[in-house]
Structures are given as structure tokens and as C-alpha cells.
Design a protein around this ligand. Sequence first.
Ligand code: GLA
Length: 343
Amino acid sequence: MPAERAAAFGPGRVNLIGEHTDYNAGLSLPFAIAAGVTVTATARPGGEVVARALDLGESDRFALADPAPAHGWRAFVRGTVAELAAAGLPVRAAALEIRGDVPQGAGLSSSAALGVALCLALTALAGVPDTDRLELARVASRVENAWVGARTGLLDQIASLLGRDGHALRIDFRTLAVTAVPLDLRGWRLVTVGSGEARAHAASGYNERRRECAQAAELLGVATLRDATVDAAADLPEPLGRRARHVSEENARVEATIAALRAGDLCAVGALLDASHASLRDLYDASTAAVERTVAALRAAGAAGARMVGGGFGGHVLALLPPGTAAPEGALEVCPGPGARLV
Ligand code: GLA
């Protein structure tokens, strides 16, 4: 039954480990966080969608049947309406109000939080509140790819839609199988710290890595780098060999992190975060001087492990702090919370 009003909350996410693996059919271990975006949708007569971004004091208005391309937050709204319809899901004329508290550009995926909240609110308003969450993740991802222009994978949307309180999610991007893994930090804390550097070349660097991975897989004769071995990668020309080795070893680090969490061995988790960072820096060439300074400062402050998060090329650093270690100034503590929901 269509509703007169529906409100949905989409959380941001932190990826504990498993970076640049999603578009290689690999493994990741993200969790949803408390901060997120809320979208309130109210049915309205006629054939238009009107939207207001309350935090920005901006608005938008477009035809439900034919949203034209736009930039910024408007691209998410218009793209979600268009991609829901393209997926055969019902969409209604609506007034949308958007507000959020995910720090932007912090590597906490404010964009996935927005996309997911839009999908949930619009489908609930149209009377299909139980739409399959993986289908919604694909819709939200297509919005980022086709409307926002970011060729990202499914990591952020699945983490936001399927997050579970107190858990991280082991996502296998080959099958899209999602398994909740208890994230019991036993008094340790996870914090993110900004490097002070905007992710200026993030989009171009990210897209270049995607191309390199596709090329490496083709040379190895495998469908994706999930099937590449470290031995086979060694025969590839550089930098393709290093890219393939990162993906292969990062997948193994996801499994090792899950084993360490199950054993309650937080020191081992810290060492795996460090190894992931070294690989992203040395094999994937996705670090910057500012990120390296931030990682070094966190280690000096007593972190058991620290690594760049998300796409890299600037942005934020995630650190694991043992009990009693003071969080550096400006650090934001992140805890695993529930996934997207109607509110
Ligand atoms: C960004 C993308 C994700 C993923 C990460 C790297 O956050 O949105 O799809 O590829 O980079 O792990």
C-alpha cells in the first residue's frame, strides 16, 4: 500500500579492511556507523518531485517522468528517481526533505548514506518498503556511476543498507554473500582522523586503478583479480603486477582480520591494518604525503594500527587505539551501528 509519508535513515560507513577489492570481486569488512542521512518523503499531487537539502539551504524541482542530469546532491535525487523507475520499481511524485550529519569528505561515505536513504524513503512511499536490499544497493550504485560520475563499486551501499549493530559485514563481492561478524573491540577504539588534504585526484586515480585491474585480469586470463594468485601476478608487467598482488593479499587480510576478531586478538587486527596501509601505499600507490604524516602521527600517539580508508589519494585515516590511549585532537570515534531503516 502506498503511504502518504515515509522517512528513512541511511548510515555512513567505515571499511575496517578490504580496500579496492569490491570492484575486483574480492572481500571487504565494513560496518555502518551512527552518523547518516535522513530523507522524509511526502506524497504530492502532480508529476513533479520537489526536494530540499535542509543543511545546505538549497532546493530542486524536476519532472518525475524525465529527470534531467544535475550536479552535487541533486544528481543523487534525480538519479535515484530515474534508476528506481528503470529497475521497474514504482516511484511517486513527492516532496523530499534531506538532512544529515555525516562529515562530508571524511571518507565515511556521506554519498552512500544519501543514496540509500533516498531509495528506502521513495520505495516505502510507493508502497514497496520491503524491496530487496541488494537490489536497492545496485540501484544506488548505478546512481553514483551514471548520474554522479563516480565509477565506485558496491561496498558503501551494501554496508549502509545491510549494516548490523555491533557487527562488521564480511562481503564477498563475487557472490554478494554478506555475513555479519561480531565487532567486539574489548575496550579498544576505532577513530578516523582527517589528513587535512582534500581528495583532489581521487576520481582520476580511482578510475585509473580500476582500468589497471581490468587490464591485469585480462593479461592473466581470469575474469577478475579475485582469481589471480600472487605467483601469477609476479609475471605481470609493472605496475600491473603490484596492483594484482595488493588485491590478492588484501583479500587474505580480510579473512585474517575476521579470524583475529573471533580470537579477540586486537593486536593482530592492528598489525593487519598496518599491512593493508603499506600495501595501499607501496603496491597500489594510493597514498599521499599528508596521509603518511597522519598515519605516522597516529602511530606515535600509540595506535596499534593505522591505515588510509576508502578510495585513498588523500582523505582520512582509520586507527585502532588500545585501551588508555588518548584520541588525538579532531579524531572521530566510530562504532558499528544498525543499517538503513525506516524511521
Ligand atoms: C571508494 C568506493 C568503494 C571502494 C573503495 C575502495 O570508497 O566508493 O566502492 O572501491 O573506494 O575500497
